[in-house]
Design a protein around this ligand. Structure first.
Ligand code: AMP
Ligand code: ZN
Length: 108
């Protein structure tokens, strides 16, 4: 998707530091953090939104949650608690039309 911000991040067109990367997904810090720790977990494949996901992607979704858990441990927010948020579609506030999980935490 040539004009998708997250596809550009994944391809390296927009230079971004990855906190995590594997064959299926990447994770990086949100540019406008809404919590002390705000990280985005993004599949490499362009899927617009959760509404478009099918049974074929159930492993991917499970892996994304496990990566959220792993990063939360690394960022030391696991014990204090964190949220994983998915905005599903424009009407729910999804601004970037490429599926992503928000990992939010680090509040005192
Ligand atoms: P959503 O509203 O769920 O689509 O969330 C999109 C998120 O992507 C927002 O929190 C933005 O701050 C974040 N964002 C947009 N562009 C970038 C970028 N270039 N690097 C990091 N985060 C970004
Ligand atoms: Zn994309």
């Amino acid at each position: 998707m040539s004009d998708c911000t997250f596809c550009k991040i994944i391809s390296g067109e927009i230079p971004t530091e990855f906190l995590y990367q594997d064959e299926e997904m990447v994770a990086f810090r949100d540019i406008k953090p809404k919590a002390p720790v705000h990280i985005l977990i993004v599949p490499k494949r362009h899927i617009e939104k959760l509404q478009e996901v099918s049974d074929n992607e159930k492993d991917l979704l499970g892996q994304m949650l496990l990566v959220a858990q792993k990063i939360a441990e690394r960022e030391k927010i696991a014990e204090s608690g964190y949220k994983v948020v998915v905005n599903c579609g424009e009407g729910a506030g999804q601004l970037v039309p490429h599926l992503h999980f928000h990992l939010l935490g680090g509040w005192k």
